[in-house]
Design a protein around this ligand. Structure first.
Ligand SMILES: C[S@@+](CC[C@H](N)C(=O)[O-])C[C@H]1O[C@@H](n2cnc3c(N)ncnc32)[C@H](O)[C@@H]1O
Length: 498
C-alpha cells in the first residue's frame, strides 16, 4: 500500500510495462478456457493491459495485484472488488478459495453456459464462420459427478485460521492447484454424487485409526495413494477403488472390513497396487468385496463398468451425448461404423442396437471385456471390439479396405494421435461424429479433417462439467462430394457453414 494507506497503484512510472507488485483496476469481461476471468486495465501510458485473474466474475470491476507478466498480458490476484457483477452468486463450496476445481461456481449457471459458448466459438473462429448451437445445460448443476478421484498425501494443505499444531501429515482430497505435493483435505465436494462425501469422511477417520500412512510424493513412500469412488446412478451401485503401494492385507483387511460395515451402500471394493511414482490412479487389481464392477444404464442399455474402465462421469448428460450421436449418425440397417476410443461400449452398443455393424476400438483390456459382456447381456448383435492402441489397430483395417461409412471418435483430452488421425483420414468415411472433451485439441484435428473436404453438419456443446471450465462438444462432419482421402494440410479448404 502507498503511504496514504490506500490501494492506489504502487508505481506510476511511465515508459515501462506493468510488473509484479503493480496494482491495477480492471474491468472483467469474460472467462477463459483455464477457469480464469479475463479483463482489461488501462496502463499509465494509455495502453491496454490484458488481465487474467482466478475467482473473478465477468461484469465486475476489481483491483488486482500483478504477479506475472508477458508483454501487455498480466496474471494477477484480486485484492478488492470495486463493483460486483450482476451475474455473481454466492459459491456453495466451502473449499472454493483453495480447491480450484470448480472455478466458475461464483458465477450464475446461465452466465457460465453463455461464457462456455463464447469460449468455444472463439476457439472455432479460425475454422471459419460456423453455427455453434447453444450449450445443452445440465439439469442439476450439483452432485452430478458419478466418479471422484481423491488423492492421499502426507502433506496436508493448511488452511487459513487453523490452530497452531493441527495435524498436517495426513490428507485425502484433491491437489492444491500448482502444488504437486500438497493435498487439500476435502470435507465435502458439491459436484460429487451425494454418497461420496460420507464415504470419504469415513475413509479419512478409519485410515487414521488404523494408522495407515499416506503417500509421500517427495520421498516415494507410504501405503495409501488414491481413493476412487464411483456411482452407478441408475442402479445405485457404489464402487470403491483403493490404490495402495503394496497389498498389505494384514493392514488393509481390517480397515476395509470397518469401511464396509459403516457403509452398507458400497456394493463392491477393489484394491489396486501401484508402487510407481505416477500421479494418476492405475495398477494391478484385486477384488476384495462384491463383483468388482458397477452397473449403470444409458438409453435403456445396462453397462457393467470395471474399476479400470472409462465411463462418462455425468450419467444424465452422457445419455444426451448418446442421443446426439444417434441423431447425427443417421444409421441405416447394416451401415458400417467404427467407434474409435469406445471405452466400455457406450456409443457402439447404441449404434449396433439401431442396426449398424459396429467395430469398437479401445486400448484398455478391461474396458473391452466390459464392452463385450455388455453387448452379450443386452443381446445386441452386429458389434465387435478390438483391444489395443489405435495407433496400431486402426491402420490395418484401413489397409484392408474395410472402409466404414461412419466413424465415431471420442478421444482423451489430448485429442486424436497423429498416426490414428492419418489412418482415419485415409478411411475417409462419409460421416464423422467427433465427441470431444477438449475443444482445443479437437480444433487441431478438425482443421485437417475440414481440409480433406468435410463440412460441419452440427456443432453441439453439452455441459457435462458445470462450475468448471471443461466443456464437451459433439462435432458432426459430413464429407462433401469429391475425391476421398486426405487433402492438402491446413485450413485452406475449409467450408463455411454446412
Ligand atoms: C473419452 S473416453 C471415451 C470412451 C467412450 N467413447 C465413452 O463415451 O464411454 C476415451 C477412451 O479412449 C481410450 N483410449 C485412450 N488412448 C487410446 C488409444 N491410444 N487407443 C485406443 N483407445 C484409447 C481410453 O481408455 C478411454 O476409454
Amino acid at each position: 500500500m502507498s503511504g496514504e494507506d490506500t490501494l492506489e497503484p504502487r508505481r506510476r512510472a511511465t515508459g515501462r510495462k506493468p510488473r509484479r507488485g503493480d496494482l491495477l483496476e480492471a474491468e472483467l469481461t469474460g472467462l477463459d478456457g483455464r477457469g480464469r476471468a479475463v479483463g482489461r486495465a488501462e496502463w499509465t501510458d494509455g495502453r491496454e493491459v490484458d488481465v487474467r485473474v482466478r475467482g473473478g466474475v465477468p461484469g465486475a470491476r476489481v483491483r488486482v495485484d500483478v504477479f506475472r507478466r508477458k508483454g501487455m498480458r498480466v496474471e494477477a490476484r484480486i485484492v478488492e472488488v470495486l463493483r460486483t457483477s450482476p451475474v455473481a452468486v454466492e459459491p456453495r463450496c466451502e473449499h472454493v478459495s483453495t480447491c480450484g476445481g470448480c472455478s466458475f461456481q461464483n458465477i450464475d449457471y446461465a452466465a457460465q453456459l453463455a461464457e462456455k459458448h463464447r469460449i468455444l466459438s472463439g476457439l472455432l473462429a479460425p475454422l471459419g464462420d460456423h453455427d455453434v448451437q447453444p450449450v445443452l445445460a445440465n439439469g442439476s448443476a450439483f452432485g452430478y459427478r458419478n466418479k471422484m478421484d481423491f488423492t492421499f498425501g502426507n502433506r496436508r494443505w493448511v488452511e487459513e485460521g487453523e490452530p497452531e499444531g493441527a495435524e498436517r501429515d495426513f490428507a485425502v482430497g484433491l491437489h492444491v492447484p500448482g502444488r504437486y505435493d500438497k493435498i487439500l483435505d476435502i470435507r465435502r465436494c458439491e459436484i460429487a454424487f451425494e454418497a461420496a462425501n460420507p464415504i470419504l469422511g469415513t475413509v479419512r477417520r478409519l485410515a487414521r485409526e488404523h494408522d495407515l500412512d499416506a503417500w509421500d510424493v517427495r520421498e516415494h513412500r507410504g501405503l495409501l495413494r488414491h481413493l476412487v469412488l464411483r456411482h452407478g446412478v441408475r442402479s445405485g451401485d457404489i464402487l470403491v477403488d483403493l490404490v495402495t503401494t503394496e497389498r498389505a492385507h494384514d493392514r488393509i483387511g481390517p480397515f476395509v472390513e470397518e469401511l464396509l460395515a459403516a457403509h452398507p451402500e458400497i456394493t463392491t471394493l477393489v484394491q489396486r497396487v501401484d508402487s510407481g511414482v505416477a500421479l494418476v490412479a492405475r495398477g494391478e487389481e484385486e477384488v476384495l468385496f462384491g463383483p468388482g464392477y458397477l452397473r449403470d444404464s444409458i438409453g435403456g442399455i445396462e453397462f457393467r463398468v470395471s474399476a479400470a474402465s472409462f465411463f462418462q462421469t455425468n450419467t444424465v448428460q452422457a445419455e444426451r451425448l448418446v442421443e446426439l450421436v444417434l441423431e447425427d449418425a443417421a444409421v441405416r440397417e447394416g451401415m458400417r461404423v467404427f467407434d474409435l476410443y469406445c471405452g466400455s461400449g457406450l456409443f457402439s452398443l447404441a449404434l449396433a442396437r439401431a442396426g449398424a455393424q459396429v467395430i469398437g476400438f479401445e486400448l484398455v483390456e478391461e474396458a473391452v471385456a466390459d464392452a463385450r459382456e455388455n453387448a452379450r447381456r443386452a443381446r445386441i448383435e452386429g458389434v465387435e471390439f478390438v483391444a489395443g492402441d489405435l495407433a496400431r489397430t486402426l491402420a490395418p483395417h484401413a489397409a484392408r479396405g474395410e472402409a466404414p461409412e461412419l466413424c465415431v471418435v471420442d478421444p482423451p483430452r489430448a485429442g486424436i494421435h497423429p498416426s490414428t488421425l492419418a489412418a482415419l483420414r485415409s478411411l475417409a468415411p462419409e460421416r464423422i461424429v467427433y465427441v470431444s472433451c477438449n475443444p482445443k485439441s479437437a480444433v487441431r484435428d478438425l482443421i485437417l479433417l475440414l481440409a480433406d473436404g468435410y463440412a460441419f453438419r452440427r456443432i453441439q456443446p453439452v455441459d457435462l462439467f458445470p462450475h468448471t471450465p471443461h466443456l464437451e462438444c459433439v462435432f458432426t462432419l459430413v464429407r462433401r462430394a469429391g475425391p476421398r482421402g486426405p487433402g492438402p494440410e491446413g485450413p485452406g479448404g475449409i467450408a463455411s457453414r454446412a
